[in-house]
Design a binder for this molecule. Structure first.
Ligand code: F6P
Length: 323
């Protein structure tokens, strides 16, 4: 591989808190190693359109604590085509970019793989609130989203308790139930409904609610992952079947924003530095991951082939603790 002197950085897919911390880390580590760092705006769209500028130490001042991404983000349809990838390679050459760091989710990694295969060494950093990337135990933004959802559910619980109601809360996560599972435990939910696990309305929702009422419970929290959906209908059905007044809340995009937690800032900083170290050593086509609390890296193609399974013990624990 040719020597890497200039690297590009972009964020792609849904924004996640901590992306800015990762950008800052890539820029400052890159400059520390004597590399030139180019910011690419609006994800792969910016790469195709040449929306690119040189970053310096001060471009990333004052962003560590900010949610979202200063580089903006997009889900690029054009980049999903062969012509789009070709254009991106031409633009990279035009700007003298020898390697690229992509911060995003699975879809963004497929783009990173295509760029690498077309001769632009690329490194993926997992950034999504969903924590649904198979090769890594952790994705940047997950902890902040969990804390945001936890705070929101604590507030909803006050109302549910005061009115002796059941609250059905729909949380994000695309086709994965990690956010639902973690806040289900953290917020003491009576039921957690996720796409990875088949559920039976009576066995998994109505029964625990009725049994809880007999044990003296004053309210119920039911967490439904977005991948299952239907929180409003579910609340209506619960009210009909149990006689308990029920309400639905769909938390929506409040879960994506906000100042990143310490965990997200630190992991993003570590992952950003690791991505630069690989490129500086002439290594591309990798994905950064966290495995057993260590920052590691995998081949992009191998990483995309991996599958992630939900922790059944956590689901079981949630059931036991909600008695
Ligand atoms: O991947 C992050 C995420 O927030 C998912 O949880 C959700 O399914 C999706 O993005 C929503 O995307 P958009 O903001 O484009 O509606």
């Amino acid at each position: 591989m040719a020597e890497i002197k200039t690297i590009g950085i972009l964020t792609s897919g849904g924004d996640a808190p901590g992306m800015n911390a990762a950008i800052r880390s890539v820029v400052r580590t890159g400059i520390y190693y004597g590399l030139k760092v180019m910011g690419i705006r609006k994800g792969y769209n910016g790469l195709i359109n040449g929306d690119i500028f040189e970053m310096n130490l001060r471009t990333v001042s004052d962003i560590l604590h900010r949610g979202g991404t200063i580089l903006h983000t997009a889900r690029s349809k054009e980049f999903a085509t062969e012509a789009g990838v070709k254009k991106a390679v031409t633009i990279s050459k035009m700007f003298g970019i020898d390697g690229i760091v992509v911060i995003g989710g699975d879809g963004s990694f497929r783009g990173a793989r295509d760029l690498s295969n077309s001769g632009v060494p690329t490194i993926g950093i997992p950034g999504t609130i969903d924590n649904d990337i198979a090769c890594t135990d952790y994705t940047i933004g997950f902890d902040t989203a969990l804390n945001t959802v936890k705070d929101a559910i604590d507030k909803i619980r006050d109302t549910a308790t005061s009115h002796e109601r059941c609250s059905v809360i729909e949380v994000m996560g695309a086709q994965a139930g990690y956010i639902a599972l973690y806040v289900g435990i953290a917020n003491g939910a009576e039921a957690i409904i996720i796409p990875e696990k088949e559920f039976d309305f009576h066995r998994d929702i109505v029964k625990p609610i009725i049994e809880g009422k007999h044990r003296g419970k004053k309210h119920d929290i039911v967490i439904v992952a977005e991948g299952v959906g239907g929180a409003v209908e579910m609340a209506q059905k619960i009210q009909e079947e149990t006689g308990i007044e029920s309400r639905a809340t769909v938390l929506g995009h409040i879960q994506r924003g906000g100042s990143p937690t310490v965990m997200d800032r630190v992991i993003a900083s570590q992952m950003g530095a690791k991505a630069v170290e690989l490129l500086k050593d002439g290594i591309g086509n990798r994905v950064i991951a966290m495995k057993n609390n260590k920052i590691v890296d995998f081949d992009i193609i191998e990483a995309l082939d991996m599958t992630k399974t939900i922790n059944e013990d956590m689901l079981e624990l949630a059931k036991i603790l909600s008695m």
